[in-house]
Design a protein around this ligand. Sequence first.
Ligand SMILES: [Zn+2]
Length: 475
Amino acid sequence: MDAALIEGCVTGDQDAFEVLWRRHGRLCLTTIARTLDSHGRGEAREAPIVYERLQKELLRNGVGRLRKLGPDASLRHCLTVLAHEAASSHVEEATPIASVMRPAPTPAEILLDDLVGLEPAHHVTQALRKLSPQIMAILRFELRGLTSREIAAALGTTEEMLAGHLDRTAQKIAEISAEPTDRTLASRLWRSLLGCASVEERVALATLSEDDPEVAARRETAKRTWAAVRERALSVPQPHSVHCLDEVTLASFVAGMRGADRARAEGHVTTCGRCADSVAGLVLHLRAVPTLRAAEPHGENLAIAAACAATDHPRPALAYAEQAERQELPRADEIHRVSMARRRLATSLGELPRQESSRVVSRDDLPTDDEAPLLALEALITGDASAAAQALDDHVAKRLVGARLRLLAMASGHDLEEATRLSEQALEGTDPDLRRDAEMVLALPDERALPRELLVERLVDLLPSLIRLILSRPR
Ligand SMILES: [Zn+2]
């Protein structure tokens, strides 16, 4: 399918280009909006300008690149790379070079860095440098926000191998950053930060932090140290080399290139921070695809808002949702609310002043089945587990998102016994997401509600399914 379309574009067929943008334009726009947002430009104003430029550029002299797409490559991957590059060069041109390199820290941050971040971060960075290049590549992906599955796929390894690597790294950091008497906590802290702690460990750490201010403080220090390491690792400009992957190879690599080419590319990505970042960026952009697919029958602004909200970019999500509301597109109000919810979940663990929750708790009439999941999400964010539970009757909870929200409402204090019962039931079921929620609930000590940080994590996790549920309703 791609081959005929590429052929058409290469020969300059206008119709082919129209098909190309109809099929992939929204992903390109979403990619541009997400990239601009990563550079602090979250408004919806600039993305269309960059998009237009991308279209012209491809027409003028980019088509030759498409011709190089081999059998492994996909047009979708390649256009996403080009859209990302177009947005990055737009930012570079529009911004003085000094501020691209590093946002100026506020005085408070400098002080913080000096006091807690800098020293331990220096030691940790030194220790990491001595590790194998593969570990560095893994950590780079980890720092960019890829999941274990995505990292394993990118580096051609298994999740078990990956967990082993991360575990050894966590132990090493714990050794250099803690006194011998304190290693158990330190290693648990670092295993959790590096994303290789078991569910039981993570639940134990979260409840311990709620109970013991000293553990909470230790954890905060470790988090800041890790944030400083991340800042150092990711803000250093990575030099381009002759071995760096070009757009087409990068696209094919992520699309699942095989054989000798793959081995060569993997070898390079493992040792080159620049290419590791490009791979990570492409994988993250492509997470928008399932949401965009669900949004196909809807208007463009709404689709992009939904895709940004589902992929951790609440700022452009809000900007595009507002545009969709002005156009009075169906579902625009709900996608706007979801984007607000996503932004709250991203800040201060999503806590809200009480008065903002009035919309949820003051309703006398029961919500319709359609609006119930969104209301429940909003109630859980405000900390009102009972309102959330009330919104979700048995009928709504038959749908998967409803079932997940109900379990989380029960576990957040509405009815802990019911939470245990639902969790045991979920473990017998087949849905992996609901199972993960359930495992977390079952790992809690008796009569203990789900700690806020874990609730926030699970809500962020279910947001894309909720968005797709909203989009799937008839217009
Ligand atoms: Zn490279």
